[in-house]
Ligand binder design. Structure first.
Ligand SMILES: [Fe+2]
Length: 353
């Protein structure tokens, strides 16, 4: 004897789901998909990110980096770099969605051949003396805290004629270039470029309050190759001494393009800030995920309630729109870099507390 079963009523929840699924399958064959199923994830009321805050202690970085010196030569590697990968974005060679960061090591006697690429790069020197970065015919001798820029398509090579291993933080806008699918690169026949300017020439020439007569009046990246720490650090001291201390960022300078006062590169902007001893910063957040490197001292940055304890040469990253707050037990100096200029150029950048 047949058993009566409840029949689905037209318009029941189950039937609606089946009808939608059939419809989605049908339109999928035409490479279409319903916006209403994904709208909430696309148009969010606040930024959503897979990036996490993270810290790379220099004691670990240095030990592991020096081991890489035994494993591969600079020549074989082309660039002996360990990528700092965001733990929320493993396998993507990025520290934020838009920026690449790595630690580069060059041992005494090594060179890293001259090449150029669409990605712009900066170096922030962590440890060691005696190495150089040559950019567009000028050699920048690298010392702790120096900030060196390699603009889009600028030929550059590195060498270490000194006696010590030299390590620095590389930051490139590589994920941005990959996003736009605009990557070009080329190598040169010679291993090292010929220099035709004195070391430090571009800083003296462009960053002394005058410009060479006839210098361009528009240039979207700085002509200065190296902003030496020895020149920047006393400015922080001046700001501190006159009480020009931002309640969130400390006594901070922005690395500027002397042609137009804008950022050093169109895709990346950097700062150097001094946190006075005992500094307890006000909370801050901004849409530019930011990479920090400690040049001096030590302190704690609270990110969404979680502490990051940093010291000299440690690197840490704050994801976009995560609230953070710096505390400095001793006087400390933090370098920071982000994609803020790119966001500002597109009218997207926001900050808050
Ligand atoms: Fe390069």
């Amino acid at each position: 004897m047949a058993v009566a079963t409840a029949t689905e009523q037209p318009g029941s929840k189950h039937n609606v789901q089946l009808a939608r699924k059939a419809y989605y399958d049908k339109i999928s064959k035409f490479h279409m998909t319903p916006l209403w199923e994904v709208l909430k994830d696309l148009v969010t009321p606040e930024p959503k990110t897979a990036c996490q805050s993270a810290l790379w202690k220099f004691s670990d970085v240095k030990r592991l980096m020096l081991e890489a010196g035994d494993v591969i030569s600079a020549e074989e590697a082309e660039r002996r770099v360990l990528v700092l990968e965001n733990p929320g974005e493993r396998g993507k060679s990025r520290i934020t969605n838009s920026l690449f960061a790595g630690i580069q090591l060059i041992l005494p006697g090594e060179i890293a051949d001259v090449h150029r690429h669409s990605a712009s790069a900066i170096r922030f020197v962590l440890e060691g003396e005696g190495a150089y970065t040559a950019v567009e015919g000028e050699k920048a001798m690298m010392s702790h805290g120096d900030f060196i820029i390699t603009a889009n398509w600028a030929p550059h090579d590195h060498g270490n004629p000194g006696q010590q291993p030299v390590m620095w933080l590389d930051v490139l806008d590589l994920p941005t270039i990959i996003h736009f699918e605009t990557s070009f690169a080329e190598h040169f026949d010679e291993k090292m470029q010929k220099t035709n300017h004195e070391n430090g020439d571009s800083f003296e020439r462009y960053a002394s309050g005058v410009l060479p007569d006839g210098a361009p009046v528009t240039l979207n990246r700085s002509p200065v190759i190296n902003y030496p720490y020895a020149k920047m650090r006393p400015i922080l001291e001046r700001l501190k001494n006159t009480g020009d201390v931002d309640k969130r960022h400390g006594a901070r300078v922005r690395y500027a393009n002397p042609i137009n006062g804008g950022p050093v590169l169109p895709t990346m902007g950097a700062y150097l800030g001094l946190l006075p001893k005992g500094f307890a910063g006000a909370p801050y957040r901004s849409t530019d995920g930011t990479i920090f490197a400690c040049a001096e001292g030590h302190g704690t940055t609270i990110v969404d309630g979680k502490p990051i304890e940093w010291g000299v040469n440690d690197v840490f990253v704050i994801p976009p729109w995560k609230r953070y707050q710096h505390n400095a037990a001793s006087e400390a100096v933090l370098f920071s870099i982000s994609d803020r200029p790119a966001q500002e150029a597109l009218g997207l950048w926001r900050e808050g507390n």
